[in-house]
Design a protein around this ligand. Structure first.
Ligand code: PGA
Length: 253
């Protein structure tokens, strides 16, 4: 049995005090829900504050990115060692990092290795662009990103993969449940080739891209979808709680 995992990716939103308000608005309800792992990924500068507010509850913390070096002359960057004491998860290879900051599969791969070495749990994002999707290249892109991101990585102690079709992120145009399920099944088969069937069977794969309280049920009721990486809707306390609550209910079956 895979424990479902819902992560809120706040992206570059909320000041420190807004982040505190947001987590306070959802904390009690989130903490009370069971059967689903809940992860909040605020901006770096709010990790400490949000961490203090959720301390002692089962709600977990994640970062949205990191550098692969432990320390050094990399102005403006945050290292795995720095995150080590602050949070448990780290999102790596988000499509916005790939698109706006030139992150390649090789770079994502370095980060995955560095995160695992530091004891962080990577949430590795993969997904095809609209033109790739329309050209029938989804499979090719997904296999390349999964294999590229995990190249040279021994069976990881912890791994979550998020399938986020780029055309569905922030656009209000989500994939359909069956579409996402089919691609996530492909991700599981690809991981099975790397680490074996048992590992792939236990691997949690999230769907991401315009997930809302109104459509989460469609995704989470699919057999291969183990949760969601939620952007915009994770900035609304009641909506995020509803997404977690529906996930818990549906997965308990
Ligand atoms: P969205 O973002 O839910 O706002 O589409 C998802 C993501 O980019 O992780």
């Amino acid at each position: 049995m895979r424990i479902p995992i819902i992560a809120g990716n706040w992206k570059m939103n909320t000041t420190v005090s807004e982040a505190a308000d947001l987590v306070r608005a959802m904390q009690a309800q989130l903490a009370a829900l069971t059967g689903v792992e809940r992860v909040l990924c605020p901006p770096f500068v709010s990790l400490t504050t949000v961490g203090q507010i959720i301390r002692g509850s089962a709600v977990k913390l994640g970062a949205q990115n990191m550098h692969y070096e432990e320390k050094g002359a990399y102005t403006g960057e945050v290292s795995p060692l720095m995150l080590g004491g602050l949070c448990e998860y780290v999102i790596l290879g988000h499509s916005e990092r790939r698109q706006y900051f030139g992150e390649t599969d090789e770079l994502v791969n370095r980060k995955v290795k560095a995160a695992l070495k530091a004891g962080l749990k990577p949430i590795v994002c993969v997904g095809e662009r609209l033109d790739e999707n329309e050209a029938g290249k989804t499979e090719e892109v997904i296999v390349r990103e999964v294999r590229g991101g995990l190249s040279g990585v021994e069976a990881p102690t912890s791994l979550v993969i998020a399938y986020e079709p780029i055309w569905a992120i922030g656009t209000g145009k989500a994939a359909t449940g069956p579409q996402a399920n089919a691609t996530i099944s492909l991700i599981r088969r690809t991981v099975a080739q790397l680490y074996g069937d048992g590992f792939a069977e236990g691997l949690r794969v999230q769907y991401g891209g315009s997930v809302t309280a109104a459509n989460i049920a469609e995704f989470i009721s699919q057999p291969h979808i183990d949760g969601a990486l939620v952007g915009g809707a994770s900035l609304k306390a009641a909506e995020f709680v509803s997404i977690v609550e529906q996930t818990a209910r549906i997965k308990k079956g």
